[in-house]
Design a protein around this ligand. Structure first.
Ligand code: NAD
Length: 328
């Protein structure tokens, strides 16, 4: 059996090599993304695995089909860049890794929230200018005195509920799907209650037509002036222009972002800072904004799990078996 893996970072290679050796499967490792330009390299392989956020066009699935390949194992949670109808048309079964380590992403969200809550960015900016003072602008609140509002409580939102609850915060959740196992950690409420009552609002929904710009100008307007917005999910959940305006007008107190709507243009690569998009430059310049380049998932456990789960799925499907990770 031969599997080809696209979009592999050097740090991910040892986990794949380890899996290949244990499973006696030949795995070709490529750093390039799976695109129209690179897909021809699947010739001679039985299965494919990929990762990334760049849109995958129908021609990619057609080329897989032409080469006798019937599956594509995505090594991540989100699959909004995949064309599910086109994949189905070409007989390609897509699998994702729905939960490689929800704690990894949840912990990064909490890290952003605490950084902003304690005004670390503001202190850093002052100290860089030789100002070692503290005052009414930097006085902060303990997390156990905060109300946290989670929008979406599946794998990652659920893990976030548990962590914030353990820290003593009051945790509210808005999610149309009720999960009784989260009862000890959170109270389900409507979206308006989250927007109007939470000191920290953390987004954990997939990107869907119903969640695109779930945080728009109207939602930001409802939020408390001390509210912090945390987005570890997808950039398009937030109207970035409205967020910048709300931050500048002090309608909310800060934002922690691991995802941005236009991140595909520059995250994951070395960049010339002066050429970055205007919205990124404006956000980055604010001391009450923390941006990380879509790395909330990036822990040793999460990388190991995502490689192993995706490659196990590829192997099972190539062998005519099934997987509980099939995307329908
Ligand atoms: P999940 O499918 O387990 O949970 C999503 C939850 O959102 C579900 O409970 C669902 O009922 C809820 N939901 C759907 N529509 C909603 C709406 N309109 N309002 C409120 N809730 C709604 O997903 P997950 O694994 O927890 O992932 C959550 C998000 O995190 C996804 O957007 C995913 O792409 C993103 N993610 C980011 C990173 C990162 O590194 N930053 C890593 C993994 C996942």
């Amino acid at each position: 059996m031969k599997i080809i893996c696209f979009s592999v970072l050097p740090v991910e290679k040892p986990y794949i090599e380890d899996w290949a050796q244990k499973n006696q499967v030949e795995v070709k490792i490529l750093s390039e993304d799976l695109t129209s330009k690179t897909v021809d390299q699947v010739k001679g392989y039985d299965g494919v695995s990929s990762e990334g956020i760049a849109p995958v066009g129908e021609d990619v699935y057609a080329t897989l089909e032409k080469n006798g390949i019937h599956q594509l194992a995505i090594r991540q949670v989100g699959y909004d860049n995949q064309d599910l109808a086109a994949a189905k048309k070409h007989g390609i079964v897509l699998t994702n890794v729905a939960a490689y380590s929800p704690r990894a992403i949840a912990e990064m969200g909490v890290t952003h929230a605490l950084y902003l809550l304690r005004n670390v960015g503001l202190y850093q900016q002052r100290m860089a200018a030789g100002d070692f003072t503290f005052d009414e602008q930097t006085i902060s609140t303990e997390i156990f005195n905060c109300t946290v509002g989670l929008i979406g409580a599946g794998h990652i939102g659920g893990a976030s509920a548990q962590i914030y609850s353990a820290l003593g915060a009051r945790v509210l959740t808005y999610d149309p799907f009720y999960d009784a196992s989260l009862e000890p950690f959170t109270t389900y409420v409507d979206l308006d209650t989250i927007l109007t009552e939470a000191d920290i609002i953390s987004l954990h929904t997939p990107l869907l037509p119903s969640t695109k710009h779930i945080i728009d100008a109207a939602a930001l307007h409802k939020m408390k002036p001390n509210a912090l917005l945390i987005n570890m999910a997808r950039g398009e959940l937030v109207d970035t222009a409205a967020l910048i305006a709300a931050l500048k007008n002090k309608e909310i107190a800060g934002a922690g972002l691991d995802t941005l709507a236009d991140e595909g243009e520059f995250f994951g690569e070395q960049q010339d800072l002066s050429t970055l998009p205007q919205d990124y430059q404006e956000l980055q310049a604010l001391p009450n904004v923390l941006i990380t380049p879509h790395v909330a998932f990036f822990t040793k456990l999460a990388v190991k799990n995502s490689m192993e789960i995706a490659l196990n799925d590829a192997k099972n499907l190539i062998n005519g078996g099934s997987s509980r990770n099939i995307i329908h």
